[in-house]
Design a protein around this ligand. Structure first.
Ligand code: SF4
Length: 207
């Protein structure tokens, strides 16, 4: 681990009991460590891809943070009021925090309802059209008029996802822009390449 990344991890854990492994968060809360955003990005990315944090004791979690794509990894000594603490320290709104083990599918006794919720979350974080190139880039569900309270997708018959994370970018044929959006194109207009494409999803379930 680089000296700067190590300083960030250990000092964050000592001061707050958690550390969010994302360069935007790191650069926001510790501008004294990284003056250069590119260096921060490189340092933090290296820690998450090389699993350099494997030896640390705190528990691993993932967070869905407003304005940041994907499920961000973090370490925390305690799950108590973790979302509130992250918001307080980083200033980023937390949509969801959950144990990383849920994504890894570590076997443990769980109800069928819980297993179904985890499978849905795994699917919702995937992009089923990763294999298809499109002229237009993705949009987040938070810019779609079908997203409702509790992240419920009201157009799940078309989107195929009932509870998508609001701020994960996706290309979705069910997409419909918000009423006040200057760009009125829907999913079919934005991503016509997907209309006859076959989505590929890995639910992790055995057939
Ligand atoms: S229709 Fe698609 S883009 Fe809109 S909320 Fe549902 S999953 Fe998200």
């Amino acid at each position: 681990m680089s000296t700067k990344a190590m300083k960030y991890v250990h000092e964050s854990l000592a001061a707050t009991g958690f550390v969010v492994m994302h360069h935007e968060i790191a650069a926001t809360v510790r501008p004294d460590i990284w003056g250069d955003g590119m260096e921060c990005r490189k340092d933090i990315h290296a820690q998450t891809t090389r699993n350099a944090l494997g030896g640390l004791k705190p528990l691993r979690y993932r967070a869905i943070l407003r304005g940041i794509q994907g499920a961000v990894p973090l370490l925390a000594r305690s799950p108590k009021q973790l979302a509130e603490r992250i918001e307080l320290i980083t200033g980023f709104q937390v949509d969801e925090v959950f144990p990383e083990s849920e994504l890894e599918g570590i076997p443990e006794p769980m109800s069928n309802e819980r297993l179904a919720a985890i499978a849905r979350r795994k699917v919702s974080l995937q992009n089923p059209f990763d294999h298809i190139k499109t002229a237009n880039g993705p949009r987040s569900c938070s810019t779609c008029s079908h997203i409702a309270a509790g992240h419920r997708c009201m157009n799940d018959k078309v989107s195929g996802i009932d509870y998508p994370p609001a701020n994960v970018d996706r290309r979705c044929l069910g997409y419909a822009p918000l009423w006040n959006s200057h760009d009125k194109r829907n999913g079919h207009a934005l991503w016509p390449e997907l209309i006859n494409a076959t989505p590929i999803l890995n639910t992790g379930e055995q057939s």
